[in-house]
Structure formats: C-alpha cells, structure tokens
Design a protein around this ligand. Sequence first.
Ligand code: GLA
Length: 396
Amino acid sequence: MINQAVYDKLVAQFEAYFGKKPEVVSYAPGRIEVLGNHTDYNEGFVFSAAINSGTFFAIAPNTLGKNRVVAGDLMHEVSFPLSGAKPVKTDTWANYVIGTVAGLDNIKPQTTGFDGMFLGNVPMGFGLSSSAALEMCTAKAVCELYGIQADTVTLAKIGQAAEHDYAGCSCGLLDQISSLCGAYGKLVKTDFRTLKVETVDIGPDVCFLMCNPHAKHALVDGQYNTRRKACEDAARFFAKTLSHPVTALRDVSMAEWEAYKDGLDPVVANRAAHPIGEDERVLKGAALLEAGDLAAFGQLLFDSHESSRVMFENSCKELDDVVAIARTVPGVLGARLSGGGFGGSVVVLVNARDAETAAKAIASAYAAKVGGGATCEVSRIQPSQGASIVYSTVAH
Ligand code: GLA
C-alpha cells in the first residue's frame, strides 16, 4: 500500500485514543497542477496529477449522538452535531471535515455519530492541496461507513462547497477532481465544462519536482476571490460583445480577446487573458503529449508561468526566481507556478534521469541567488493513484 507507515501510525493512534478499531480507513492524495491555471472555474481545461503523498481517514461509529474528529498530528479533538454544524473559529482544520460531512448529510441524513481521526504526509504550504486531500478522504470514509452512494463529481462538489462555505475560498473543482481521479504514472486531463476526466500517460522518461521557496503572502484567499471576480466580469463583457454565446471565458479565444480587449478595464483584460491563453496551451499540450514531444510540452509550462507573472499577477518574486533558475538547469523541460499562486510552489518537469542533480542544482542556485539564508525545498513527485477505501469491515 502507498504510504503504509502513515497508515500504520494512524490505526495505532486511533485504537489508543478511541479504545476500538476503525471500521473503515480511506485515503486521498494531494495534487499538482501541471498546465491550465485558474481555468477550472472558467469552465476550461487542466492537466493535473494526484501525487504520491496523501491523507488517511480512519472512522468507526459511536453512540454519543455527535461526531468527533481528531487531527492525528496534533491529537486535538473537535466535536460537532450530526446536522447543521457551523464552521469553527479555532482548530480551523476541522472545517474541511465538518463542511464535507454537512454536504453528505444532505444526501443521506446521518442518524448515528462517528469517531474519526486523520493523518497524512502531504507537505503543508507547498500548494499541494492538503485541504482537498482531507475533504476527499473524509468523504470516502463517511460514504463507506454509512452506505452513501455518491459519484466522483458529487464528491468533488461537496469538497468544493466545504471550501466555499466553511473555509472561505471560492475555489473551482480542480483539487478535488485530481485527488479522486489520479492514476499511477498518468496526468489527469479535465474538461471543467462537461466534467469529463481522462488520464493521459506521461511516460517513465520524465518526472516532476515541487520547489517551495517558502514565500509568505497574506490575503491569499482574498486575492484568489478577486481574480475569480475579474474573470467573471470579463466573461459578462464578452457575452455582450461577441455574436456567439459566452457563458464563461472558456468560450472566448485569444484572437477574440485581442480584438475586443480595449473595451475592458486594462487590469480586467489582463486577468482574462490568462485563463483564455491557458485553455489554448492545455489543448496544444494534449496534442504534444500524444505526439511524445515532451520538450515542447515543457515549453508550454514556461509560457504559462510568464502569463501568470505578467497578466494574472498571481506569482511573486520567490516563484519567479525559481522559474528563472530552472530555465538554466540541465534536464529541466519546463517550470511554472502550480495552483492558486501568490506563494506556494513551482512545479518543474524534468527528465527522470536528471531529476536528482536538477533538484540539487535548483536548491543551491536559489540559496546562492537570494542569499540571507533563504532556502528552496525541493521534493520529487510521482503521479500516483487517486482516492480509495484501503480497509473496510462494512458489509454491503
Ligand atoms: C487552487 C484552487 C483550484 C484552482 C487553482 C488554480 O488550487 O483550489 O480550484 O482554481 O487554484 O488553477
């Protein structure tokens, strides 16, 4: 099993804390976003991958008439009612669990409580969606325990609603879909209009590095929500201006943007250019992967970062420095920020045979360039399997 040591630790801690064995244990991974930035809520396209680290959720019923959940790293407990639970103001990690359970309660109201504990190894602050991993392992475990039938899109939407209503971030569906649909050695290609998901082989010759320069930025969620609003304003403008139907920026081409952008506020116009260009890059990238042209696919990652830096302004100096360094490192095919932006990490596509030397080269060049003890933490990422039930005593 993937991440067996984390699983073993969680089960031992669960038994010691609750004095009983879990009846179900689920697993959900984090994700990297490879190409297609801020396109999900614009109904566009994304290449992503589930990663080789994730979170396990162990669960068993209780007779207390309430739910209890424990963060297995902190050993803090939060309890909440079976229905109508409100977001909490302290131990805010619990909101991802509470929000997800509330969404499932709408499908099948809970009549008995549960005891749950989770533990994971998704590095925090890397922009690897540890929150989506927590939502999706919660959802899988609760569905299995209570016999709730819910398909992938329903589960992803429940996780998204937990982010919107319990954590205050108006995110799209990318993180949850990637966590649910990942497969070993594959990229996940999602059309966020039809919600059709395909997996695409990336082959054994390349892998990814996640490079975290520990950029600390305030107001991250606020910035994300502001970018989303600018995209929606631009879509409304194009809907009035273009002769074909526009319900989201997905319906606007780069050529149309170029022709009509002067009718928009210049900042809003630049914001809109990013997801429009990203959609075109993902479609081009799909053809390049099909043709096995990984070098040209990698170049699209550099182009994506440039669009983030200049048009969407969701990068920052630390991430720009990492990308500039990556361009000079042998074996690197492409690099870009991954996820919401304003901090987090750079994802680097690298020839597998050069991965180790490239990781060291990026870390040492970053320390030398920035100075003052600054570090860039680099970890190797393997596209891996999506969420699943890993242990269950529930008879169906
Ligand atoms: C975050 C959000 C996703 C997506 C990305 C940017 O990860 O949670 O929904 O919008 O940013 O592509």
